[in-house]
Write a protein that binds this ligand. Structure first.
Ligand SMILES: Cc1cc2nc3c(=O)[nH]c(=O)nc-3n(C[C@H](O)[C@H](O)[C@H](O)COP(=O)(O)OP(=O)(O)OC[C@H]3O[C@@H](n4cnc5c(N)ncnc54)[C@H](O)[C@@H]3O)c2cc1C
Length: 407
């Protein structure tokens, strides 16, 4: 193995692999180091989760050449219904109100993994090193050194820029003692596929409860993706229910909007936590994706936000294509550009989660007022919809359909 490169991406999950594809036309030599083989059942990034991809994410994926292989298995979201459990008011977001055919699409994370990893294999200047785990990092001077371990064999890799995309428990973030804010929401998302009696026709439902959202997303064929967020101390019980009881309980909570639930798939659970690095760049280092900001899935924004970060990083590296992709001015340019969108998106998901969990009557009043205001005001709905679609602040060129070229 050649042990130098321009850009080393640690973690080839959803965020890291997408960044690598976005960087491909720029000519940098890029290495992606991924600890868990892509085809392994325990691959943590490409699992059974259904991802709601925003309008801007779908455009980014289309511009970097990934959408073509995803679209056959992507389901459009045409309408979104938002309610609060046992309270009045419903907000209906209709993509036709914005003159669009859809707000975004739903894709299974596992399917995304197949598309992105086969694309990576076709790209000449991208090398995937997997299975290999980064065990240490030395920053300083003209390059950063990563210490890797693969099947008991140790090696070193020198890169001019390291992107830490190694997930919410980021080894690199911890190793470099980057200050990070953590919050345990005490909630766990139980997810599975569910087949309702009535066709979803592109409708997504999110019922907000004091233990997080109960969401039903349109999925391929007759299926829907279910995300049922419960108090963490009840998650095991929900996981262990037999299928029939699970279906009955889920249906009781959701109501009859799509008729009876006929079938449920395999269930998995995700404890929900906020992890937010207080710095997203350091000398020759960018922190990306869940490593930088793992957020509550209440607004389905985690990967969408990471993809916009990746699009901006690629744009900054394209415009200043030059001698040093790790130059500090360039990294700070990236960080400044991303601040507004990151702050807004994280504040919205964290704020909503806490507002809905709060038992006070004041919080309940604010929730109802917020829902009613959205229900009654088309301009408020439009503003919120544009943010949820990923159009907040300065928009990266990849999200406008413009292919990036070096320099
Ligand atoms: C229930 C649920 C539903 C969600 N729904 C949505 C949604 O609808 N829309 C949306 O946009 N987002 C959603 N998200 C968020 C989304 O899943 C995350 O934003 C996304 O997984 C982050 O990807 P990542 O690549 O940053 O991190 P990860 O997916 O954690 O990937 C990190 C990768 O790094 C590798 N790695 C770790 N350490 C090392 C190391 N030392 N060396 C080498 N490799 C390493 C890991 O093996 C892994 O492959 C949801 C999340 C949950 C929990």
């Amino acid at each position: 193995m050649n042990n130098t490169c321009d850009i080393a991406i640690v973690g080839g999950g959803l965020a890291g692999a997408s960044l690598a594809v976005a960087l491909a036309p720029l000519g940098y030599s890029v290495k992606v180091i991924e600890a868990v083989p892509y085809k392994a059942a325990e691959q943590p990034s490409y699992d059974d989760r259904t991802l709601a991809l925003s309008h801007s994410s779908c455009r980014i994926l289309s511009t970097i050449g990934l959408w073509e292989s995803l679209k056959a298995d992507a389901t459009p979201i045409r309408k979104i219904y938002i309610t609060e459990l046992h309270r009045p008011g419903q907000v209906t977001l209709d993509s036709a109100e914005l003159g669009l055919t859809e707000y975004g699409h739903v894709v299974e994370a596992r399917r995304f993994g197949v598309a992105v990893t086969s694309r990576l294999q076709q790209l000449e200047n991208i090398e995937v090193i997997s299975p290999a785990r980064v065990k240490d990092i030395d920053i300083g001077g003209a390059t950063t050194t990563l210490h890797l371990e693969s099947d008991g064999v140790e090696s070193e890799l020198q890169a001019r820029l390291v992107v830490a995309a190694d997930g919410a428990n980021s080894f690199i973030r911890n190793r470099l003692q980057i200050p990070t804010e953590f919050r345990d929401y005490g909630q766990t998302a139980v997810i599975c596929n569910i087949t309702p009696e009535i066709a979803h026709e592109g409708r997504a439902y999110e019922c907000l409860t004091e233990t997080g959202p109960f969401a039903v997303l349109p999925h391929t064929g007759t299926r829907c993706g279910l995300v049922w967020s419960v108090a963490s101390d009840r998650a095991q019980e929900i996981l262990e229910l037999d299928d029939e009881t699970f279906i009955t309980r889920a249906h009781e909570r959701f109501g009859n909007k799509l008729g009876a639930f006929l079938k449920a798939g395999k269930r998995s659970a995700y404890p929900l936590k906020l992890a937010r690095a207080k710095q997203d760049v350091r000398e020759r280092l960018v922190i990306l994706g869940n490593a930088a900001h793992a957020i509550h899935p209440i607004g389905a924004q985690g990967f969408n936000l990471a993809l916009r970060d990746a699009a901006v990083l690629a744009e900054v590296l394209a415009d200043d294509y030059a001698d040093d992709p790790g130059a500090s001015g360039l990294l700070h340019q990236y960080s400044r550009w991303r601040r507004q969108d990151q702050r807004g998106t994280i504040a919205a998901s964290d704020g909503m989660t806490r507002l809905f969990a709060h038992p006070s009557t004041l919080a309940a009043g604010l929730r109802t007022t917020g829902l009613l205001a959205h229900a009654l005001s088309p301009s408020l709905r439009r503003k919120s919809a544009l943010k949820a679609m990923g159009y907040r602040g300065r928009i990266p060129r990849l999200a406008m359909g413009e292919v990036l070229r070096p320099g």
